[in-house]
Design a protein around this ligand. Structure first.
Ligand code: NDP
Ligand code: MG
Length: 405
């Protein structure tokens, strides 16, 4: 399959208009940090959040967007009053429809898709349909509906640039003509690096008792809670294997997960001639964000220079599937195809939330996902309705396991 990532270059007149979906989150805030360094190049057209209205209003004070969206309608109403009190001209919208509106505005050339979880799918698809440059952090959208998403990107001449640090590194390490198919351009495999998270070395018997605080305490990256727990179970890497299959038009047997605890190499591409191209840098999401926004040019991101003398050594290990059963579940789901990845993703979202709510233990997460995959029928993922149906059935099944109701 040919991937339409960054298939052509557009040069707008004046500053590039940007909508940030998930502006109040970790990736959203890093994006605003990068934009604030380049006021001549970018202007913020719309900022969105789910319910954190005070934080969103504060961002509107700083960036003066034309629109703000709060999905929660009560929060949107309150934000509207706060905007008036602060004499801001930002118009407040609500609901998923509000998100779909602000990705498709004519003044918007780039959409940062940084909502967490399945909630990010519909607005990301709307950005694809509107033919925008999509800066894709929301990996769950591709995991759930990879074919549908890629087809929309292609059909509408949208551009897709990966923000996930590994996929951004792979993109940077690919040959220019990789859209012709990886085998044709001499790419042998993708080496997808993983830090191994906070429990890489922990005694396996101790995992049952770990707390959400311990699971969210990632050794190298500061991220939202959901992705932090996914990193601790390595479901994050599983989701990334699926994401890479769609982005680079390859199959899971061409992707090798490599544990690299220092998170300095962000991933690699191995070629038929024995060459291995790697992208390196400090673990800071502002690098892939700046790269994707400026591509094919480069711009400053605020990230500190990499000091190799301080890093001093790079280590690599094979992942242990007994320690990280979620990684195996993700490989199985992409190999099964159909709606299995959407079911996996939904069950994982519910189980992670239940763990954060202290309703289940860390080690119960994988069991809930496995049993949900067994119980929900796998269908051909041909339409969005089928995918959303699988998502909702899986949520119900996983919820009753995780909360007993
Ligand atoms: P955060 O939890 O920090 O932020 C999530 C954002 O999404 C917030 O703005 C939140 O709004 C909004 N949001 C949450 N639920 C909904 C909803 N139902 N509808 C609309 N908006 C919603 O997440 P991250 O920034 O860490 O991650 C965002 C995405 O990027 C994820 O898909 C993650 O996998 C991916 N990613 C993140 C990386 C990182 O370093 N953080 C690295 C690579 C990928 P509110 O504040 O109101 O709740
Ligand atoms: Mg990643």
């Amino acid at each position: 399959m040919i991937s339409p990532i960054a298939s052509f270059i557009r040069v707008p007149d004046g500053p590039v208009g940007v909508t940030i979906l998930g502006a109040t989150g970790s990736i959203g805030m890093s994006t605003l940090d990068v934009i604030s360094r380049h006021p001549d190049k970018y202007r913020v057209i719309a900022l969105t959040a789910n319910s954190q209205l005070e934080r969103l209003v504060a961002l509107c004070r700083d960036f003066k967007p034309q629109y703000a969206v709060l999905v929660d309608s009560n929060a949107a109403e309150k934000a509207g009053s706060l905007m008036k009190e602060a004499n801001l001209n930002t118009q407040v919208l609500s609901g998923i429809e509000g998100l779909e509106t602000v990705v498709a505005l004519e003044d918007v050339q780039q959409v940062m898709a940084a909502i967490v979880g399945a909630a990010g799918l519909r607005p990301a698809l709307a950005a694809a349909r509107a033919g925008k440059r999509i800066l894709l952090a929301n990996k769950e959208a591709l995991v759930m509906s990879g074919k549908i998403f890629m087809d929309e990107v292609r059909a509408n001449n949208a551009e897709l640039l990966p923000i996930d640090s590994e996929h951004n590194a792979i993109f940077q390490s690919m040959p220019p003509n990789y859209l012709n198919g990886l085998e044709k351009v001499g790419v042998k495999k993708i080496l997808l690096t993983a830090s191994g998270g906070p429990f890489r070395d922990a005694d396996i018997s101790s995992l049952e008792k770990v707390t959400p605080e311990q699971a969210c305490d990632h050794p190298n990256w500061k991220m939202g809670k959901k992705i932090s727990v996914d990193s601790a179970t390595m479901m994050n890497k599983g989701l990334e294997v699926i994401e890479a299959c769609w982005l680079f038009g390859t199959s899971p047997d061409h992707i090798q997960v490599v544990i690299h605890p220092q998170s300095i190499i962000h991933s690699m591409v191995a070629y038929d001639d024995g060459s291995v191209m790697a992208q390196m840098g400090n673990p800071d999401m502002r690098t892939p964000i700046a790269h994707s926004m400026a591509w094919p040019e480069r711009m400053k991101s605020g990230v500190a220079d990499l000091d190799l003398f301080e890093v001093s050594r790079l280590d690599f290990e094979r992942p242990d599937m007994n320690r990280f059963p979620c990684l195996q579940l993700a490989y199985d789901a992409i190999n099964q195809g159909g709606t299995a990845p959407a079911i996996l993703n939904a069950a994982n979202e519910v189980a992670v939330q239940a763990f954060l709510d202290k309703s289940i233990s860390f080690t119960e997460i994988s069991g809930i996902i496995a049993r949900t995959l067994d119980q929900v029928a796998n269908e051909d993922a041909t339409t969005l309705a089928v995918v959303l149906d699988a998502d909702s059935s899986a949520r119900k099944v996983a919820h009753s396991m995780a909360y007993g109701v």
